[in-house]
Design a protein around this ligand. Structure first.
Ligand code: PXG
Ligand code: PLP
Length: 438
């Protein structure tokens, strides 16, 4: 099945060079396990779990059957003042996986919605407990928190921000943690940079803690090129937040559901946030769904007014959609049966070794890794940022391997079912590409 150029005209593609793509489309028509199938009937090894989301691999029977059965049983249930059983069942199962204390779940339909939900929860929480002056939100340079207005306001990727006006007021950013001069080629967490967390003290001194509601960071910054937190950094952020009564939000849309070797990055790094956002791996990418996990104390604070009144004026038509809940339950069953939420810890040694074997190949200037996520940073083509990495992407695609690039960094986040030989193929494909691209 191949589409002719006219058939590609109407679809305005997201985060895509539309005109370039439509001249030479890359179409996926099927998927199973570790592989996509494309419109030339090739098998393409999936090196990025779709888009950091298909953590259990493609076409998994429990998930497929759960979605099919649910569609025939209950297609939709209104989520406001009504509910359906699977929403509760899913929430109960999820809080068995989260760090202790994060035992309330609010459902959304994407990571972007999870982020905006968490930011609203944080501001409203302080207001309900009588500190309505705490409205300021702090993000981090190079952060990615989705594309809604809240998310791009606290986000720190300039291309995602500069076209969209002034965004939310009252937002500030701490410094990012990328420090190749000291930390290039670190295996796992870099040794240097714990003091970068102290940048939060600078913002407290500037704005006063009484104006700050929350700080949001990704435990590992994914979209900006896989930036692993320096040793001790997240704990120090936690300590500074506690000292000043600021909520700490971990955006675990990428690090959630097994990517780092534990169910959540919070567990891998040993730091528990007040709110935690997830999406992607929650349903294995099969039906859109996100969630926000909240500490008991936050939920309890909202449960203070008259019992017949709505406590939190927020929610989506499709919050806890039956198809999404069914898909998530099938996903959790698959993760549990196959031990996938901890499998990355067994594979990370081989993954790290394979990745770091690319040191010394043409153009490579840094390699970063943790669990089953990796970043390979290239020197840019002079005057043409991002082009060299994209050339590697195209070369790998021709070799039958799907990778992802952001700027001049190659990002890898394979399904957690990957086998050692497939890790080697992934890395060797990149090696071949590096040796022949401009
Ligand atoms: N937070 C984080 C940390 C994310 O990685 C989102 C929020 C938004 O999720 P939704 O479901 O609204 O897309 C994300 C999503 C990339 C890439 O290029 C990364 C994401 C999405 C698309 C592309 O690396 N992360
Ligand atoms: N716009 C309009 C006009 C609506 O009526 C609604 C929901 O009822 C929305 C936007 C929000 O849609 P959703 O709940 O799917 O986010």
């Amino acid at each position: 099945m191949t589409l002719n150029p006219a058939a590609l005209d109407a679809y305005w593609m997201p985060f895509t060079a539309n005109r370039q793509f439509k001249k030479a489309p890359r179409l996926l028509t099927g998927a199973d396990g570790m592989y996509f199938r494309d419109d030339r009937d090739r098998q393409v090894l999936d090196g990025i779990a779709g888009l950091w989301c298909v953590n259990a691999g493609h076409n998994r029977p429990h998930i497929v059957q759960a979605i099919q059965a649910q569609a025939a049983e209950l297609d939709f249930a209104p989520p406001f003042q009504m509910a359906h059983p699977k929403a509760f069942e899913l929430a109960e199962q999820l809080v068995q996986l989260t760090p202790a204390g994060l035992n309330k779940v609010f459902f959304t339909n994407s990571g972007s919605e999870s982020v905006d939900t968490a930011l609203k929860m944080a501001i409203a929480y302080h207001r309900v407990r009588g500190e309505g002056s705490r409205t300021r939100l702090i993000g981090r340079e190079r952060g990615y928190h989705g594309v809604n207005f809240g998310g791009i306001s606290v986000g720190g990727m300039v291309a995602n921000r500069k076209m969209f006006g002034t965004m939310l007021g009252g937002v500030d950013h701490i410094r990012h943690t990328h420090d190749p001069a000291r930390n290039a080629y670190s295996v796992g967490q870099p040794a240097h940079g714990v003091e970068l967390a102290d940048d939060l003290e600078r913002l407290v001194a500037l704005h006063d803690a009484s104006t700050i509601a929350a700080v949001i960071v990704e435990p590992i910054a994914g979209s900006t090129g896989v930036l692993i937190p320096p040793q001790g950094y997240l704990q120090r952020l936690r300590d500074i937040c506690d000292k000043h009564g600021i909520l700490l939000i971990f955006d675990e849309v990428i690090t959630g559901f097994g990517r780092t070797g534990n169910p959540f990055g919070a567990q891998t790094f040993g730091v528990t946030p007040d709110l935690m956002t997830v999406a992607k791996g929650l349903t294995n990418g099969c039906v859109p769904m996100g969630a926000v996990f909240a500490q008991q104390k936050i939920y309890d604070t909202f449960m203070s007014g008259p019992e017949h009144l709505i406590e939190f004026f927020h929610g989506y038509t499709y919050s806890a959609h039956p198809l999404a809940c069914a898909a998530a339950l099938g996903t959790l069953k698959t993760y549990a049966e196959e031990g996938l939420l901890t499998r990355a810890s067994a594979l990370q040694g081989q993954f790290a070794e394979a990745l770091h074997s690319l040191k010394g190949e043409p153009h490579v200037i840094d390699i970063r890794n943790m669990g089953l996520v990796g970043g390979i940073e290239l020197s840019p083509l002079p005057g043409e940022p991002a082009k060299r990495a994209f050339n590697v992407f195209l070369d790998c695609w021709e070799q039958g391997v799907l990778i992802r690039t952001t700027g001049d960094t190659i990002a890898l986040s394979p399904p957690l079912i990957i086998e050692p030989a497939q890790i080697d193929r992934l890395v060797d494909t990149i090696r071949t590409a590096l040796r022949r691209v401009a």
